[in-house]
Write a protein that binds this ligand. Structure first.
Ligand SMILES: *Cc1c(COP(=O)(O)O)cnc(C)c1O
Length: 566
């Protein structure tokens, strides 16, 4: 055997012996058994740990309730898929989508579905643009729209348009070609950092809006946990009233979402539950200042203490609060601490395109340190196209928007924002007071919690709040319907400051009409059946009460499809 002759005799004999002997095979068996056991215990440990976290975070009853709700949702999902039911649901969704289309898409319009053979003349284009801008719409100009347009005064709009015009071609991806844009962007970040009392080593970026600012802060927290603590199954704890952008971040970045209830009467996040939900996988805690649905500020001080003690980053969502929050104190309104002066706060999102009055497409993400900001950077060193570095999602970006933002901040200035804060928050307080004090409103509506900023949310006691919302829509208002619990809100903006009395007068009138309708229904014994239902009532009252919101999801997808119908 030439091949094996070179092997030392002793080793060869040893191997042969082992191969043949019982001892050898049982040793191998033993190894496999051991490996099996290790793997088994590893998974057992993992699942036990998870189960323990769940019990600790949600409590025994909470865990059971959650299981029950999940089971009900799944069962109802199966029911919706059942042969006879499925086709019916499909037909109804199609019907509702078709109705939506007729509402959103004007018939009899000229439609352009391919390029014009020859480009239009400037005059024709101007005329067409005018027509498009003046299409029949809800009158934000007269203060009939909640949120949406935050300033809208002609002088500022003109200035912003001029700023756009000077930087139409600018792209901050080329800082050497457009040095002015780079300078303005850095200054916007610096001004907002200073407003929120960032420490000297604070840092930030501009983004395309609140959603992107939030996505960036969540990404940074996830990357930090991965790099520094090896976390591969990240979890994030957020109030269930926090903006949906956080849920988007969970979906996009594969972060497990831990929602925490915000119970009445304060509607602030339950901070004891937040503390209980923290585990080894937690990468971020979230608080809103204030939140979108109810305009309520969470107890950021308490969250900051928890964050510091457990060494977890804390994001404060000031997207809506934007340039109102930093001025509340000077304007003479009550405001608990919410910014970087609380040492546990590690990042803040602030929408310059909301109460910063900048054109849409502007927001800022702020970080306590430059290291935190670096976790959102995207850098590739070995691309054929050269070394590539981008601060966030976008590659090329509109420099014109940055110019518009910088111009707005410089034009309004500290005094302007302070004045706007006095007017807007003052108006929100007047609306809340009127609801609490007027004989008609106070007997029907209830203001949710203690709103400190610009949003006033309210529930109805006897009437259906969605009927009230639909009637307000008939009167030309565009307010927001909320769910869980059923409610509606108004986000006060500069245009609304001028018409808040009409708003509350209309609310009174609507409530009186609805009460009368209700009385007639009771007298005639129709019950709920004999009523015509508005859009809000149908969407939130009927579809929203189902245990599985699959139908609502289908409707919403239909709505999105409609937006792209040319
Ligand atoms: C508006 C808003 C956001 C972000 O919204 P964008 O529409 O993406 O700008 C985030 N949080 C709150 C509380 C908001 O009101």
């Amino acid at each position: 055997m030439p091949g094996s002759s070179r092997m030392p005799v002793s080793l060869r004999d040893g191997l042969t012996n082992m191969k043949n002997s019982r001892a050898g095979s049982s040793l191998r068996l033993l190894n496999i058994e051991l490996l099996k056991n290790i793997i088994f215990f590893y998974f057992l440990l993992r699942w036990t740990r998870r189960f323990f976290w769940k019990l600790k975070g949600r409590g025994l009853i909470g865990t059971i309730v959650e299981l029950y709700i999940d089971a009900r949702r799944t069962a109802y999902g199966w029911f919706l898929q059942a042969p006879g039911v499925r086709s019916k649901v499909k037909a109804q969704v199609a019907d509702a989508t078709a109705k939506l289309q007729t509402k959103l898409i004007k018939s009899g319009e000229r439609r352009f579905l391919s390029l014009p053979k020859q480009g239009w003349s400037d005059e024709d284009l101007r005329a067409e643009l005018d027509r498009l801008a003046n299409m029949d719409h809800t009158r934000w100009e007269d203060g009939f729209v909640s949120g949406a347009v935050y300033h809208g005064e002609d002088s500022l709009l003109k200035l912003q348009t001029e700023a756009y015009g000077k930087f139409t071609v600018a792209n901050p991806i080329h800082p050497d070609v457009f040095p002015g844009v780079r300078k303005m962007e850095a200054e916007v970040v610096a001004m907002v950092l200073s407003l929120f009392h960032a420490p000297s080593h604070g840092a930030g970026v501009t983004t395309s809006g609140g959603t992107e600012s939030i996505l960036m802060a969540c990404l940074s927290a996830r990357q930090k946990a991965y790099v520094e603590r090896g976390i591969t199954e990240p979890e994030m704890i957020l109030p269930d009233t926090a903006h949906t952008a956080f849920r988007k971040a969970c979906q996009y970045f594969k972060i497990k979402m831990q929602l925490v209830p915000c119970p009445a009467p304060l509607y602030q996040v339950d901070t004891r539950r937040v503390a209980r939900l923290i585990n080894a996988n937690t990468v971020l805690i979230v608080g809103s200042a204030p939140n979108f649905p109810h305009g309520i500020m969470d107890d950021i001080s308490a969250l900051s203490k928890i964050a510091l003690r457990r060494k977890i980053p804390l994001h404060v969502d000031c997207c809506l609060g934007s340039f109102l929050m930093p001025f509340l104190d000077k304007a003479g309104f009550e405001v608990p601490p919410f910014d970087f002066r609380l040492r546990g706060v590690t990042s803040i999102s602030c929408d310059t395109h909301k109460y910063g009055f900048a054109p849409k497409g502007n927001s800022v993400a702020l970080y306590r340190t430059a290291e935190l900001r670096a976790y959102q950077y995207f850098v590739v060193a070995d691309w054929a196209g050269g070394v590539y570095a981008a601060p966030g999602f976008a590659g090329s970006r509109p420099g014109a928007l940055i110019a518009g933002c910088w111009t707005s901040l410089m034009s309004v200035g500290e005094e302007g924002y302070l004045n706007a804060c006095v007017q807007i928050v003052g108006t929100a307080k007047k609306i809340a007071d009127r609801i609490r004090e007027s004989p008609v409103l106070s007997t029907e509506l209830e203001v949710m919690g203690n709103p400190l900023v610009s949003v006033v949310a309210f529930t109805a006691q006897n009437l259906n709040i969605y009927d009230i919302a639909d009637e307000m829509t008939h009167r030309g208002w565009h307010l927001n319907s909320l769910q869980d619990p059923p409610a509606m809100h108004v986000a006060v903006t500069m245009p609304i400051v001028k018409v808040w009395e009409k708003l509350t007068d209309d609310l009174e009138a609507v409530i009186e009409t609805e009460r009368e309708k209700e009385r007639v229904r009771v007298v005639e014994g129709h019950g709920a059946k004999g009523r015509a239902m508005g859009d809000s009532a149908a969407l939130y009252g009927v579809a929203g009460s189902l245990p599985n919101k699959g139908v609502v999801v289908d409707l919403a997808r239909g709505f999105l499809d409609t937006l792209y119908k040319a």
